[in-house]
Design a protein around this ligand. Structure first.
Ligand code: DX5
Ligand code: ZN
Length: 224
């Protein structure tokens, strides 16, 4: 298993100074930047598009992890790839042709991920394991930051971890397991034990800036 990675979600950052926020979390030890894209259609909130992703790109060399909560998906894939995304995840319910969308993401040079809502069954992973670089398990319902972690996600993480390990044991490519929503200092240990290797955290990180040491204390604590 690879080392756990921390992916702060800029949804909880100060949008008026996003470039500095991104630089600060990466300096403090963040491994990638999670960008939540919401369309007020697939989810009941509206955030940012490829323009903001492109504007952030020169501010960091850390991978940009784009989480598309949009429907339809395909038209935005080339735009985010050109805007500098490294990983692009989407929800299977939001694409008519999941296999095609996954292939499209890789064609554009990005790693491809499937995001599973709390009530989305694992059978969406059937038949597309070879197409995946990442599986994102949602531990809240998508649309808002600052929600409470849904404990059922721990069982789901363990089940997805078993699928990923079985796939690797059959000679399949490595697939990262990302968890997103309500991850905090007080539950990250349990979440790690369930098998996640990429941890998204929005409010837990951006809500805990230290006046002197910035994000270093909270990121250090979440790593332990
Ligand atoms: C929810 C988003 C998450 C969320 C994480 O729709 O996909 O990335 O903003 O924020 P926290 O860590 O505050 O739950
Ligand atoms: Zn997200």
């Amino acid at each position: 298993r690879r080392a756990p990675l921390l992916a702060p979600s800029i949804l909880a950052a100060d949008f008026a100074r996003l470039g500095d926020e991104v630089r600060d979390v990466v300096t403090a030890g963040a491994d990638m930047i999670h960008v939540d894209v919401m369309d007020n259609h697939y989810v009941p909130n509206l955030t940012i598009g490829p323009l903001v992703c492109a504007a952030l790109r020169p501010h960091t060399t850390a991978p940009i992890d784009v989480h598309l909560m949009v429907k339809p998906v395909d038209a935005l894939v080339p735009s985010f790839a050109e805007a500098g995304a490294d990983l692009i995840s989407f929800h299977p319910e939001a694409s008519e042709h999941v296999d095609r969308t996954l292939a499209l993401i890789r064609t554009h040079g990005c790693k491809a991920g499937l995001a599973l809502n709390p009530a989305t069954p694992l059978h969406h992973l059937d038949h597309v394991m070879d197409r995946l670089d990442l599986i994102l398990v949602m531990s809240v319902n998508p649309g808002f930051g600052g929600q409470i972690f849904i404990d059922e996600a721990l069982r789901k993480l363990a089940a997805v971890r078993a699928r990923i390990d079985a796939h690797a044991a059959r000679g399949g490519q490595p697939i990262a397991l990302e968890v997103d929503g309500g991850v905090k200092l007080d539950n990250i240990g349990r979440v790690a034990a369930a098998g996640a290797d990429i941890f998204v955290a929005g409010s837990a990180i951006f809500g805990a800036r230290d006046a002197e040491d910035g994000y270093r204390p909270v990121i250090g604590a979440m790593r332990r």
